[in-house]
Design a protein around this ligand. Structure first.
Ligand code: GLC
Ligand code: CA
Length: 557
């Protein structure tokens, strides 16, 4: 693997709306991020990914961009961004933006012109097709529910939107559109942005070869995922995008690549000459310990997660670096997803943070993860804020769920749970804002907050800091990035363990991901215990005895 500057990334994702408000309007802003750079540096991170801060009507909280060149006034100004870049740089932190180019906002001037004249230049920037027999061009369901097509006025024309109807898909077949996008990307890179998380990128190409698909829901629509995800030929777009932008700036890019990449194509995506630096894949995001399928089977679920994580490593086999993340703004909090409610405490939370932390790859954390922020279940549907939540709710009702079942499912799986304001302190509104926050703060901020944990050497935050420090430490940094990966104790249920070695050092990472103790015969003599979430690691005659949810990182001789 060729060495790259971003290989030592300990990343931190920020959802700007919910990070820190500085002007008392209840919404987080860029100045709020700059104000916390010392805190982020204290944690040990060196890359920040900002969720979208471009001008937007906020139908999808910024993933509907109406002006790629401007910062939304809600977040501040371009000068605020420049200041953030400068201040971050002085602390050795690089800033990545979110590049949302599968679609724009329906308020983007390009789309407005396309609506006014679908046959004109801008009509070709979007995917506009004639309806069939008074119906949409095909029966694809949008990823966010409902038809993926919206009729234009009372014409027989429809535009495609794989997400909400306020997010029309761009037509990447059009070279003029691609050129505009490349120029825009390069302007941000010129400004000092060091790269991008590339949104919804696996949907850039659509395969229209098949008209209607068999319906698979009460809405009569069909899941067209296979036709608009990693469609044949999509690589040519990625290559062109990379050559005209990222490669010229040695930028870091993280593709949001949905599941389903054939194993042999992974290196094409993230190998030495891959389309992207790395990807966020979704392999572990489908699991929830309270979902009917896993309820009462939390250990079996951990085994399933282990299998997928290890399979991914097997697929890439050292030819590139995957991204070891657990949380983001589209998922509920990890402890809620991975640990049964009655078992959530410091030990299980720290264990969860460690399950993929030392795998080959880079690390990415989400705001609030290091202090163990939790989901804030709602007692009424209208306490949620995301239009998509309501569409999904309606869809479940149509599919036969009772109102209570549908609401339960939303409360369990809503992506909005990760979007509650950051819990900085026990001050009013968790120190997030002096005004009423745009989205309710989790009332547990009195017991779960950054200020308290920063002072406490035994807190979850302190543990994350130790994990980061170990991954970055001079002696082990290269090993954890490039060292070989060998699964261990694979048949041992509830144990996620592997070895990292590089000829010089040999390190064992064992996670006892279950509420019972485990005894294992170690594969070699112990040199030293590098880290554990318990005060002691019991080893007698080469046998290690792990307590419930104990993790340990052990250097072997
Ligand atoms: C990505 C984003 C998500 C957004 C969607 C549409 O999946 O992470 O938040 O709604 O793309 O842009
Ligand atoms: Ca604000």
């Amino acid at each position: 693997m060729l060495k790259k500057w971003w290989h030592n990334t300990i990343g931190y994702q920020i959802y700007p709306k919910s990070f820190q408000d500085t002007n008392g309007d209840g919404v987080g802003d860029l100045k709020g991020i700059t104000a916390h750079l010392d805190d982020l540096a204290d944690l040990g991170i060196n890359v920040i990914w900002l969720c979208p801060v471009n001008k937007s009507p906020m139908k999808d909280h910024g993933y509907d961009i109406s002006d790629y060149e401007e910062i939304d006034p809600m977040f501040g100004s371009k000068d605020d961004l420049k200041e953030l870049i400068r201040e971050a740089d002085s602390r050795g932190i690089r800033i990545l933006m979110d590049l949302v180019v599968n679609h724009t906002s329906s308020e983007h001037p390009w789309f407005q012109r396309a609506l006014a004249d679908p046959d004109g230049e801008y009509g070709k920037y979007y995917i506009i097709q004639e309806g069939r027999d008074g119906k949409a061009p095909n029966n694809w369901r949008s990823i966010f529910g409902g038809s993926a097509w919206e009729r234009i006025g009372d014409s027989n024309r429809y535009y495609l939107h794989l997400f909400t109807k306020w997010q029309p898909d761009l037509n990447w077949e059009n070279p003029a559109l691609r050129r505009e996008i490349y120029e825009m990307v390069n302007r941000w890179l010129d400004l000092g942005i060091r790269g991008f998380r590339v949104d919804a990128i696996s949907h850039l190409k659509k395969d229209f070869s098949c008209p209607d698909l068999p319906a698979n829901g009460a809405d009569g629509l069909a899941d067209g995922f296979a036709y608009f995800t990693n469609a044949e030929g999509i690589g040519a777009y990625f290559q062109d995008l990379k050559e005209n932008t990222f490669a010229r700036y040695d930028a870091m890019t993280i593709g949001e690549v949905d599941e389903g990449l054939p194993p042999d194509t992974l290196a094409e995506y993230i190998g030495d000459n891959g389309y992207f630096s790395t990807i966020f894949d979704f392999c572990h995001s489908i699991f929830h310990v309270n979902a009917p399928q896993w309820k009462d089977k939390p250990v079996a679920m951990m085994d399933a997660i282990k299998k997928l994580l290890f399979e991914k490593q097997e697929m890439i086999r050292g030819r590139g670096l995957l991204c070891n993340y657990l949380e983001n703004h589209d998922l509920s909090r990890t402890v809620e997803r991975f640990i049964p409610e009655s078992e959530i405490d410091f030990y299980s939370s720290s264990l969860v943070g460690g399950i993929n932390f030392f795998l080959p790859g880079i690390v990415f954390l989400y705001q609030g993860q290091a202090i163990g922020m939790r989901d804030f279940r709602k007692d009424r549907l209208d306490a949620f804020r995301d239009p998509t939540t309501f569409v999904l709710y309606e869809e479940q009702i149509k599919n036969g769920m009772t109102a209570e079942e549908a609401f339960d499912q939303i409360n369990r799986e809503s992506r909005e749970h990760s979007r509650t304001p950051m819990q900085w302190s026990s001050a009013p509104n968790a120190g997030f804002s002096t005004a009423e926050p745009w989205f309710a703060v989790n009332p547990n901020y009195h017991s779960i907050n950054y200020e308290a944990q920063k002072k406490d050497p035994d807190s979850l935050y302190a543990f994350y800091k130790k994990m980061i420090a170990l991954r970055k430490s001079g002696d082990f940094q290269e090993l954890f990035i490039y060292g070989a990966f060998t699964p261990l104790y694979e048949e041992e249920s509830g144990v996620i363990a592997y070895r990292r070695s590089d000829g010089k050092r040999d390190v064992l990472i064992i996670n006892n991901a279950k509420p019972a103790k485990t005894t294992l015969l170690l594969p070699g003599a112990v040199q030293s215990i590098l880290l554990s979430n318990y005060d002691t690691v019991v080893i007698n005659d080469g046998v290690i005895e792990l307590k419930r949810y104990q993790m340990a990182v052990i250097e072997l001789q």
